[in-house]
Write a protein that binds this ligand. Structure first.
Ligand SMILES: *[C@@H]1O[C@H](CO)[C@@H](O)[C@H](O)[C@H]1NC(C)=O
Ligand SMILES: *[C@@H]1O[C@H](CO)[C@@H](O)[C@H](O)[C@H]1NC(C)=O
Ligand SMILES: *[C@@H]1O[C@H](CO)[C@@H](O)[C@H](O)[C@H]1NC(C)=O
Ligand SMILES: *[C@@H]1O[C@H](CO)[C@@H](O)[C@H](O)[C@H]1NC(C)=O
Length: 491
C-alpha cells in the first residue's frame, strides 16, 4: 500500500464509522450471486439503493402520483457520475390508467419526470428504513400529458368500443387500424400504458394492454404512429375485435394481459415488445397453461411515414410457481444481441393479494436458438402455437434463466425492508413492472450496470385524489424503487 492509498483507506475507515452511508468502491463480495450460462458469468452484486415517493404525493395536475413503476426509462444522456461517488440522473416514469380499483376512469395518459441522486450502499450492515431512503433520493419535476391528433386527450376507461379503421396511409396522417375507445359516444383513444422507450429525436414509443398496441408520440405528447400486432394477438370475440380488459376474448391477448414489456436495440433500430403471458388460444385463459408468451420485433429504422415491419417473433417460456401457476412478465430490457432481462413475478407483497411473495425475478432470456415464427401460420388466431399450454413440436422456445431476485431477505434487510408479514411501509411492494439500465462507467468493471426497477402501487393511498375527487383506498402503498448492481458480461 502506498502512503497515499493508506491515507485514503484510513479516511474511508473513519468516514464509515461516522456515517453508515460512506462509500465503498464496490459492493461487499459476500453479497454477490452469480449465474453461469453458456460460459458467461452474470453477477448480481446485490441491492445497492432504495427510494420511494410517498403514496399521497400529487402530480402537477393535482391528482395522486401513482402507478409509476408501470414503465421507467432513463432520460437520454442524463445519467452522470459525480466525483463524490454519487450519481445523478432523470427517470421518466409512465403510469398505467389511474386509480381503477373501483372501475376504470377517464385518466389521461402521461409521463412524469423524476430527478434522482443515487448514493449506492455497498456494505452488509443493515441501514434503518429512514437511512435506506438516502441511497436513492427522488424529486418529482413535472408531467407531460398525452393527446391524440388535434390535441384530443387520451382516456384510460375500459375499451368497450371500437373506432373504425381510417385508411389512406401514409398520405392520410389520421390513418389508423381499429382503435380502442370507451364507447360509441365517447370516442377518445383509450390507453392502459405499460412500456416506454425514449428515442434520441425526442419521440417515444409506448406499449399498451387494450390493443394491445404500440404507439409512438412526439415530444409534445401527441400521437404520431400506431402498430397493430398480428391477428393472433388482437382480441377477437365472435370474430369481431373487442378491446375490453374485463373479459377474456375468444382468441388473442387475455383480458388485462397485453403488451406489458417494451425495449429497444438502438444498434439495429429494433423495437421489441412482449405479451404479459400467453394468448387465449395458446393457453392464456388458465394460469397453469399460460406460460408460452410471445416476443415480437419491429424495424423502426424508417421515418414515421413508414409503418414498422414485423421482423421476428419468438416464444418465451415464463417461469411457474410451485403450484404450476405462470409467473407473468411485466417488463423486458435489451442486453445484447439475442439476450434480454425479463421481469417475472407473482402478485404478492405490499398492496398485493398476500404479504408473502414467492417469486420476483429479473431474469435472462436468450433467443439465439429459438424459432422465428413471424409470418408463419401461428400469426393467425386459428393456429395456436401452444394449444392448452402445450408447445407445438415444430417450435423451439427461448431459454429462460433465473438471475436477480427482488425478494432475497438478506438483501432487503440491509435496507430495512422485508418480505411477508407484517404489512407496513417496509414490506416490499407487490407489482414491480419496470427496468432501466445505466452503465456505471467503472474502468475496473466495464460490464457493471445499475439496474433500476420501480413498483406500480396501483395508486393505493388513504389520501388520494382522482379526477379532482378525494379517495381512500384503505392502505398507503408507496411508490418504491430498487437499484441493483449487476455484471452483464455480454454488454
Ligand atoms: C440471498 O442473497 C445472498 C447474498 O447475495 C446469497 O448468499 C443467498 O444465496 C441469496 N439467497 C437466495 C435464496 O437466493
Ligand atoms: C402525505 O402524508 C404525510 C403523512 O400523513 C403528510 O405529512 C404529508 O403532508 C402528506 N402529503 C400530501 C401531499 O398530502
Ligand atoms: C360512454 O362513456 C361516457 C364516459 O364514461 C359515459 O358518460 C357515457 O354514458 C357512455 N355512453 C354509453 C352509450 O355507454
Ligand atoms: C445464448 O444461447 C446460445 C446457444 O443457443 C449460446 O451460444 C450463447 O452463448 C448464449 N448466450 C448467452 C449470453 O447465454
Amino acid at each position: 500500500m502506498t502512503r497515499f492509498a493508506l491515507l485514503t483507506a484510513l479516511v474511508n475507515a473513519a468516514a464509515s464509522l461516522a456515517s453508515p452511508l460512506a462509500a465503498l468502491a464496490e459492493p461487499d463480495p459476500s453479497l454477490a450471486f452469480s449465474v453461469n450460462v453458456d460460459g458467461h458469468t452474470f453477477i448480481n452484486k446485490g441491492l445497492v439503493a432504495f427510494g420511494l415517493i410517498p403514496s399521497n404525493f400529487t402530480d402537477s395536475t393535482g391528482n395522486t402520483l401513482g402507478g409509476i413503476g408501470s414503465a421507467i426509462a432513463l432520460s437520454i444522456g442524463s445519467f452522470v457520475a459525480k466525483s463524490d461517488g454519487t450519481f445523478t440522473g432523470t427517470i421518466i416514469a409512465q403510469p398505467d390508467r389511474g386509480f381503477n380499483v373501483d372501475g376504470t376512469i377517464d385518466y389521461q395518459g402521461r409521463q412524469h419526470e423524476i430527478d434522482f441522486v443515487l448514493n449506492p450502499y455497498y456494505s452488509t450492515a443493515a441501514l434503518s428504513f429512514t437511512q435506506a431512503q438516502q441511497t436513492l433520493q427522488l424529486q418529482y419535476k413535472g408531467s407531460l400529458l398525452y393527446t391524440e391528433r388535434q390535441g384530443v386527450r387520451t382516456s384510460g376507461l375500459d375499451a368497450l368500443g371500437v373506432r373504425a379503421a381510417q385508411s389512406g396511409f401514409p398520405s392520410n396522417p389520421d390513418s389508423d387500424p381499429v382503435m380502442p375507445i370507451p364507447n360509441s359516444t365517447f370516442t377518445h383513444l383509450t390507453l392502459d400504458l405499460e412500456g416506454l422507450v425514449l428515442n434520441a429525436d425526442g419521440t417515444f414509443w409506448v406499449s399498451d394492454e387494450y390493443g394491445p398496441y404500440v404507439y409512438r408520440f412526439d415530444s409534445t405528447g401527441a400521437l404520431i404512429q400506431t402498430i397493430q400486432p398480428p391477428d393472433a394477438i388482437v382480441p377477437l370475440i365472435n370474430g369481431d375485435v373487442d378491446f375490453t380488459s374485463v373479459d377474456d376474448p375468444d382468441t388473442g391477448r387475455a383480458g388485462n394481459k397485453g403488451f406489458e414489456c417494451l425495449t429497444v436495440d438502438e444498434s439495429t433500430n429494433t423495437l421489441w415488445v412482449m405479451l404479459q403471458s400467453a394468448t387465449i388460444q395458446d393457453g392464456g385463459n388458465k394460469k397453469s397453461n399460460s406460460r408460452y408468451t410471445r416476443l415480437l420485433s419491429y424495424d423502426i429504422s424508417q421515418p414515421a411515414t413508414v409503418r414498422p415491419a414485423l421482423t421476428a417473433e419468438y416464444v418465451v417460456p415464463l417461469p411457474q410457481d410451485s403450484n404450476g401457476d405462470t409467473l407473468a412478465s411485466s417488463e423486458i430490457s435489451f442486453v445484447s444481441e439475442n439476450l434480454f432481462l425479463v421481469l417475472s413475478r407473482d402478485t404478492n407483497g405490499h398492496g398485493g393479494d398476500d404479504t408473502k411473495s414467492t417469486y420476483k425475478g429479473i431474469d435472462l432470456v436468450n433467443i439465439t436458438s429459438a424459432t422465428n415464427i413471424a409470418g408463419s401460420s401461428f400469426d393467425s388466431h386459428k393456429n395456436p402455437v401452444a394449444k392448452k399450454g402445450k408447445l407445438d413440436k415444430s417450435v423451439t422456445p427461448a431459454v429462460y434463466t433465473a438471475f436477480v431476485s427482488l425478494i432475497n431477505s438478506t438483501q432487503l434487510a440491509r435496507f430495512g425492508l422485508h418480505n411477508g408479514d407484517p404489512s407496513d411501509a417496509t414490506l416490499i411492494d407487490a407489482k414491480w413492472e419496470s427496468i432501466a439500465l445505466a452503465p456505471i462507467g467503472d474502468a475496473q468493471n466495464p460490464h457493471d450496470f445499475f439496474l433500476f426497477t420501480a413498483a406500480d402501487n396501483d395508486f393505493i393511498t388513504t389520501q388520494g385524489i382522482s379526477q379532482g375527487q378525494p379517495y381512500n383506498a384503505g392502505l398507503d402503498n408507496d411508490n418504491q424503487f430498487l437499484v441493483f448492481r449487476v455484471t452483464l458480461p455480454t454488454r
